[in-house]
Design a protein around this ligand. Structure first.
Ligand SMILES: [Zn+2]
Length: 323
């Protein structure tokens, strides 16, 4: 099969053997996959990952596999997405929340588990979710990052009176903004690219260019989605004392932080990563978020390396791979 493989550098292999399923896993024929900022960071050495890259995908369960699918509620041909944190079948970690922090976990396309930038991928049956018929493949491919955005609502109780800011108008920022908007809180999204902020304004979400911020520190909750070390400080400066700072960015490198200011202002600091696929699928099915406007380009897997070049360009939104 074809696969984008990271071995120090990224290469397109065309004769890679199909994955061998571990116990509790099934083979999925990948139809679409999304290149995420984490994938770009992995090519720079983040997590020291080697293997098939990719964790955002939609696909169909491959034929056969009766034993692995027995009593699972899934059948060959079913259209599915899969959570990325994997544990073995006997594990006590039975849901996404437990699996995300299971010390034994591997992570699809990120940590010791081959990923989905390939014709086929092997994923745990326990991680699968059906894709509703009304959700297109090009929407379902966003479930993983959209679920990560939904995780904020699992961790922070947002009142309709809370002043909330999102910093960053990249892929994750645009998804987090749309999820936070469902709470009807007063929300402002800060970014550097007017064209990207316009995607949100079209949906009635208030935006501001970062350099137009008036310096007032009166946000109750700030969600940092810049994907860059500077985001932490920016977010920090917008928060009121005893406010809540939610960190979503993962990147290779260090964050220079003034930790004393967190102590003095008694800031609640929340790290936030993987989230509930069920919520993300529900939002897509109810058309409460729009992901189509986040697609910058689509490439055949044959041109996967060119797709990565495209995705690496500054200011790019989602680049999809089509298998
Ligand atoms: Zn991702």
């Amino acid at each position: 099969m074809r696969a984008l493989v990271l071995t120090g550098q990224l290469t397109l292999e065309t004769d890679r053997p199909s994955p061998v399923c571990a116990p509790g896993e099934v083979l999925v024929r990948v139809t679409h996959a999304g290149i995420c900022s984490t994938d770009i960071e992995l090519t720079k050495g983040y997590m020291d990952f080697h293997g098939i890259l990719g964790h955002e995908f939609v696909g169909a369960i491959a034929p056969g596999q009766d034993d692995a699918l027995h009593n699972s509620g899934f059948a060959p041909g079913d259209r599915v997405v899969a959570e990325i944190n994997c544990v073995t079948p006997g594990s006590p970690s039975r849901d996404y929340f437990a699996r995300a922090q299971d010390p034994q976990r591997t992570t699809i396309g990120i940590d010791r588990h081959d990923g989905v930038f390939a014709d086929h991928a092997s994923v745990p049956v326990a991680n699968l979710h059906h894709v509703p018929a009304s959700v297109r493949d090009t929407e379902a491919v966003f479930v993983e990052p959209l679920a990560a955005a939904c995780q904020i609502l699992e961790q922070v109780h947002i009142r309709t009176t809370d002043r909330v800011a999102v910093i960053g108008d990249g892929k994750l920022g645009l998804l987090c903004a749309q999820v936070l908007a469902t709470t009807n809180c007063p929300l402002t999204v800060f970014g550097k690219h007017d064209a990207k902020l316009d995607i949100l304004r079209q949906r009635g979400i208030a935006t501001m260019l970062s350099d137009q911020w008036d310096g007032r520190r009166d946000f109750d909750i700030v969600v940092e989605c810049t994907g860059a070390p500077v985001g932490f400080d920016q977010a920090r400066r917008m928060l009121r004392p005893r406010g809540t700072l939610v960190l979503k960015s993962t990147f290779e490198g260090l964050t220079p932080a003034n930790l004393t200011s967190l102590v003095v202002d008694e800031i609640n600091l929340i790290g936030s990563r993987c989230g509930p696929f069920v919520s993300a699928l529900r939002l897509l099915e109810a058309k409460q978020v729009d992901v189509s406007s986040l697609i910058s380009a689509q490439y055949s897997l044959d041109h996967g390396l060119a797709a990565f070049q495209h995705a690496r360009q500054k200011g790019m939104l989602k680049v999809l791979l089509v298998m």
